[in-house]
Ligand binder design. Structure first.
Ligand code: 0L1
Ligand code: MG
Length: 257
């Protein structure tokens, strides 16, 4: 099977913000390993000076999210510099049917790799922890996919925004941090950090183990989005989303045309 060709098809839908049929409907026998290779090839084709790999995201780290999309395991995706929002404004240009979800981000000061990394290793390698929001946007029609499809589509990665303020990893119990997400002033989702594999640090551990299988590692300076704390919500032009993180203030995102 020509994985390069599938990767370039997906890249073109990501760049033109056009929906596509599931690749699993058109290509027989694709494995999850193939899907991660397609993801790697597709993202690699977008890397250039000024648009480097800045981190990784874990997705489907909560039972609720797994059930809502019918995929029952966690997955990872790659974050490029161009995906990071510098301002709390989301332009709908380049997006198909975006959804927003609250996350906790880890920023690393040391490299992390290997099959036996523990939470202790992650804490020692972490510079800071930051509230964040992720904007996901599946390139598949109706946000409908299998694990293979969504992995190949870079785990629905689109945009992300981290808070202005960073926190010491030891300042809070990250599993107990509560979030309240509002859309246009109305509460639409609530949750706590424990939704992310019991504790967000577990998500970083799992990511390092998953990356090890393909010979990858987390590099110093990288950001890791650990996974959604609540369900993702659809957003439309004119919406304002705010996410309050216990004792850490709020992240606000204005949705523009
Ligand atoms: O970040 C996420 O949890 C999303 C992973 C992919 C599944 C989806 O598009 O909802
Ligand atoms: Mg996410």
């Amino acid at each position: 099977m020509d994985l390069e060709q599938i990767a370039s098809e997906i890249t073109s839908h990501q760049q033109s913000a056009t929906e596509m049929e599931k690749i699993t409907l058109r290509y027989d026998g694709l494995t999850v390993e193939d899907a991660y290779e397609i993801q790697r090839l597709s993202v690699a084709s977008m890397i250039r000076p000024g648009n480097s790999l800045v981190g990784w995201k874990m997705g489907l780290t909560s039972k609720a999210k797994q059930q809502s999309v019918g995929v029952n395991e966690a997955l990872y995706g790659r974050l490029l510099a161009s995906m990071e929002l510098a301002q709390p404004e989301l332009s709908l240009k380049g997006l198909i049917h975006p959804r927003v979800e609250p996350e906790i981000a880890f920023v690393l000061k040391h490299r992390l790799e290997g099959p036996r990394v523990t939470p202790r290793d992650v804490w020692l390698a972490t510079e800071c922890v930051m509230p964040a929001v992720e904007v996901i946007d599946s390139r598949y029609k109706n946000f409908s996919f299998t694990l293979v499809d969504v992995v190949a589509d870079n785990a629905s990665s689109a945009k992300f925004l981290v808070a202005d303020q960073a926190y010491s990893p030891y300042q809070f119990r990250w599993d107990e941090v509560g979030v309240v997400m509002k859309k246009n002033g109305e509460v639409v989702q609530t949750g706590a950090g424990a939704a992310v594999l019991g504790h967000p640090v577990r998500s970083v551990v799992e990511l390092v183990h998953m990356l090890h299988r393909t010979g990858h590692a987390l590099e110093a300076g990288m950001v890791v989005l650990t996974g959604a704390i609540t369900e993702a919500i659809h957003v439309y032009e004119g919406d304002t989303v705010s996410v309050e993180f216990d004792e850490m203030g709020e992240i606000r995102l204005d949705v523009r045309p």
